[in-house]
Ligand binder design. Structure first.
Ligand code: TYD
Length: 200
């Protein structure tokens, strides 16, 4: 039996990292093995690329190429072998982040992202994706006091473009992509996550 691939997405500050452990623990009640990983990252090489991507200003196309280089390494070395071995995966961000951030946020052409996705992970898509959604105000409150990377320092217009693209992705693929209102109290969020994992 192949494993299942669950991804966590959303605007910065929605609190997705807080929910990753909960999702992994919940899945561990029904799956033989569960691993947690993240993008950009998840392998030695991809983690080094992550540092470069988050710290250095660069043209959006360059950023996109580096993100997909990291993704291709992660898919080849970690994600595909794990799924083939029956392991379930909880991954903090995947290609939907490139569609939202590089595509909608920074104007990288959709067909470039499409072609890079095909090169990096042909035939592989998440089985379930959670989009943690919140307003700009909530995001700003949650990020207050944190040392911000260059994505988290983008302006409100950028935030709204990213947020809207995530919501559009959920509309376009309602079976796979589920929106979670990240402004709700924690117990409500956990209930929503459990409901939306029951049919996996
Ligand atoms: P994030 O998950 O927010 O890391 P952390 O919770 O540790 O701050 O990811 C870091 C940033 O990378 C985030 O602001 C969005 C950006 N990103 C993209 O722009 N495109 C991508 O394809 C991915 C995977 C991430």
């Amino acid at each position: 039996m192949k494993g299942r691939f669950v991804t966590l997405e959303g605007v910065d500050g929605a609190g997705k990292s807080t929910h990753q452990q909960f999702v992994a623990d919940f899945l561990a009640t029904k799956a033989p093995h569960v691993i947690q990983t993240r993008e950009p990252g998840g392998t030695d090489l991809a983690e080094r690329l992550r540092e470069a991507i988050l710290q250095n200003p660069m043209a959006p196309e360059v950023e996109t190429l580096l993100i997909f280089a990291a993704r291709a390494d992660h898919v080849t070395r970690v994600i595909r072998p794990a799924l083939d071995a029956g392991t379930w995966i909880v991954c903090d961000r995947f290609t939907d982040a490139s569609v939202a951030y590089q595509g909608a946020g920074k104007g990288v052409p959709a067909d470039l992202i499409q072609r890079l996705s095909a090169a990096a992970h042909a035939g592989l898509a998440p089985d379930r994706t959670f989009v943690f959604d919140c307003s700009y105000e909530v995001s700003q409150q949650r990020l207050a006091g944190k040392k911000l990377d260059r994505f988290e320092r983008e302006d409100r217009a950028f935030f709204e473009r990213v947020r809207n693209r995530y919501l559009e992705l959920a509309k376009a693929e309602p079976r796979r992509v589920r929106v979670i209102d990240a402004a709700q109290p924690l117990p409500e969020i956990r209930k929503a996550l459990e409901c939306n994992l029951a049919d996996l």
